[in-house]
Ligand binder design. Structure first.
Ligand code: NAP
Length: 326
């Protein structure tokens, strides 16, 4: 009999999450007796912002992990193989194999499987689709990205450089700004210490921005929109500055700026292009192997520290992808 540890949301989040919102439970899992069933043991769990806004009280925390198959009646997933699964915050899971993504067969031995949760996984895909499918970023254009030192933002800036663009990024600490410069961002600044965000954006690109990859929303968005060039494009990927609000923020509203600058703004979920994932993951892996994409991970050790890692990410502790080594 396998025992699973599972993090449950005991009480719906109100404001910033706190320790008492989470409870660690132990479940006895049934043997995977039926054909097609298998048991997974998580090795690395992804810490992601959407877990703050897409949760129901009493449910296991939603989340993605890299897991090892430890028991199997499913020939597609032999014992010892690894998968990416949307199993939630769980150490062990019984699965029928649907919804599991095998690690690509050509995954190089010298590249950590944890990157299947980062640069060569969902965050990398989000960056790629935002740039190619939503923004249609063209060589020579200027792109702005916020939360730029995070999992998605750091890949956004690097892909934009691969495409021959000027990249401006903002992040919340000087260490993050130094990292963005290492990654080749043309301009990077600390949005918490610049004084005037408007002046910082104007100074970074006096001629304005063709494209804006939006991860933050709220005040940043209000200040950034008037800095767009006419016909600028905005990919709304996330809005992390409002996820912890108990009362929704109101105005100023962007409509007049959008009308007079004739802006195009589109929200998106990376899952829209699921049919392209295998090919896109190969491209991301190719850039990683060529050294065109650099990666960094913020690793917390121990499954018992999942809530602490989650709250740390929401307050900006991470450079690169926040993960938990189980
Ligand atoms: N649409 C999709 O399919 C999709 C998929 C994945 C992620 N997302 C979204 O993309 C964004 C980035 O996700 P990620 O996984 O890459 O996270 P991440 O950037 O690795 O981590 C979150 C970062 O957000 C910043 N942040 C937190 N609170 C903030 C605030 N109040 N104002 C400004 N910045 C704040 C912090 O960095 P600083 O120190 O720089 O503040 C923090 O490190 C999130 O909004 C997420 O919801 C969307």
């Amino acid at each position: 009999m396998v025992q699973a540890k599972v993090w449950i949301l005991t009480k719906h989040f109100e404001g910033f999450p706190k320790d008492s919102d989470f409870e660690l439970k132990v479940e006895e899992l049934p043997e995977p007796k039926h054909g097609g069933n298998l048991t997974l043991r998580s090795t690395v769990c992804l810490i992601r912002p959407f877990s703050r806004v897409r949760m129901k009280e009493g449910d296991a925390m939603i989340g993605t992990q890299v897991a090892k198959v430890i028991q199997s009646n499913n020939p597609a997933f032999p014992v010892g193989s690894h998968v990416v699964g949307r199993c939630g915050w769980r150490t062990h899971t019984v699965s029928d194999g649907t919804d599991l993504i095998p690690i690509m067969p050509e995954w190089p031995q010298d590249i950590s499987l944890s990157l299947a949760l980062g640069t060569v996984g969902m965050p990398g895909l989000t960056a790629l689709y935002g740039i190619e499918e939503v923004l249609g970023l063209q060589k020579g254009e200027t792109l702005l990205v916020n939360a730029a030192a995070g999992a998605v933002g750091s890949v956004v800036g690097q892909i934009a450089k691969i495409k021959g663009c000027k990249v401006v990024g903002s992040a919340g600490t000087d260490a993050k700004v130094a990292y963005l410069k290492e990654l080749g961002f043309d301009v990077a600044f600390n949005y918490k210490t610049v004084g005037s965000l408007e002046e910082a954006l104007k100074k970074a690109s006096p001629e304005g921005y063709d494209c804006f990859f939006e991860n933050v929303g709220g005040y940043f968005s209000t200040v950034a929109l008037p800095q767009m060039k006419n016909f600028g494009r905005i990919a709304v990927c996330g809005s992390i500055s409002v996820y912890n609000d108990s009362t929704p923020q109101t105005g100023p509203y962007p409509h007049l700026t959008m009308i007079f600058k004739q802006l195009k703004m589109e929200g998106f979920m990376q899952s829209r292009w699921e049919h392209k994932h295998p090919e896109s993951l190969k491209r991301l892996m190719g850039w990683l192997k060529e050294g065109k994409l650099k990666k960094r991970e913020h690793v917390t050790k121990g499954f018992e520290n999942m809530p602490a890692a989650f709250m740390g990410m929401l307050q900006g502790d991470n450079i690169g992808k926040a993960i938990v080594a189980v």
